[in-house]
Design a protein around this ligand. Structure first.
Ligand code: P6P
Length: 320
């Protein structure tokens, strides 16, 4: 009999049992995300076959051309999250304003998510992903979303790559689960993930180098003399997942054109920072720790520098 190993549902329940005061609400919340991700995964895998590629004539709040899979992934996340009854409200990259699910009035949590990050890579079969961030509800208003990242209850991502891996943290370590499509279960494949203290990879879009602040440009250039490798996929989930496993630095800085960079705080920078810091790494905007930023709007952008603690500290000695 094949040894199945620890599956995600059992792991979530065993984590819940460590907290006697737990009501099971977070467990239900996480399993809703798990279920949505399995359906999204099946749609992503078939994307090239079901003629659902291409773009709609809509654009999202960021002005990005919305790919059809974005819409499908967004609808699936909304449906499963709403059906769970655990969320008072949800915010998505694909929605201008938050949604307050009918049966979520008593929900303890709010969630921000990017349903399919990196979707411009769908047509070229590059890995993409779903990113989520969960906070406790405070007063049932938009303020629930405007909490610092260090107050997250849980955060993580699902990367739809050569295999589908769900990585998440509740603030007490980081664990990764790989989907076994033959049984439809996420199995614990990356227990207690720790990012290397220092890496040899830098991940940044150098096409914008001419627009970076000069000290940053000099520091990025220095990686070449230090023998670092450049790896940039252009899909945040993929670039961060590789950074978590191999170490080094991922950066999307501000520049002369984009004063706050491109990446969104609530559903890109903050959840990824929560994962990276819980794996022993560090994340900063260059001016302050990402997890200390007090959001002032749902779709706010921030500069992102995250990865191995030593690499980030060296960077901050130059640009901090
Ligand atoms: P650029 C994908 O569109 C995305 O939002 C992130 O996943 C990725 O890190 C970034 O934008 C890539 O942006 O400007 O390098 O193409």
């Amino acid at each position: 009999m094949a040894q199945l190993g620890m599956d995600l549902n059992r792991f979530i329940l065993e984590e819940e049992r460590k907290y006697p005061s737990a009501t099971g609400s977070l467990s239900l919340a996480l399993t809703a995300i798990e279920s949505a991700s399995k359906i999204i995964e099946s749609k992503v895998r078939k994307a090239g076959l079901s003629n659902i590629l291409g773009t709609t004539d809509n654009t999202n709040v960021s002005g990005d051309q919305v790919q059809k899979l974005d819409v499908i992934a967004n609808d699936l996340m909304i449906r499963y999250i709403s059906d769970s009854g655990q969320f008072h409200a949800l915010a998505s990259e694909e929605l201008d304003d938050p949604v307050f699910p009918e049966n979520g009035r008593d929900g303890k949590y709010v969630i921000s998510f990017d349903p399919l990050d990196g979707s411009s890579n769908i047509n070229v079969n590059v890995s993409i992903g779903t990113i989520f961030s969960i906070h406790k509800k405070i007063d049932g208003t938009v303020n629930d979303f405007l909490q610092e990242g260090h107050k997250q209850v849980a955060a993580g991502y699902i990367i739809y790559g050569s295999s589908t891996v769900l990585v998440y943290t509740t603030g007490n370590g980081v664990n990764g689960f790989t989907l076994d499509p033959s049984v439809g279960m996420f199995l614990l494949s990356h227990p207690d993930m720790k990012i290397p203290e220092k890496g040899k990879i830098y991940s940044i879009n150098e096409a914008y180098a001419h627009k970076w602040e000069k000290n940053l440009k000099a520091h990025i250039d220095s990686y070449k003399e230090k023998g670092y490798s450049l790896r940039y996929i252009g899909s945040m989930v993929s670039d961060v997942h590789r950074t978590l496993i191999k170490g080094g630095i991922f950066a999307y800085p501000a520049d002369s054109k984009n004063k706050s960079g491109k990446l969104r705080l609530l559903y890109e920078a903050s959840p990824m920072a929560f994962v990276i810091e819980n794996a022993g790494g560090r994340s900063t905007t260059g001016a302050e720790d990402t997890l200390n930023v007090k959001p002032d709007s749902i779709h706010q952008r921030v500069p992102v520098f995250l990865g191995s603690r030593e690499d980030i500290n060296e960077l901050l000695n130059v640009i901090g």
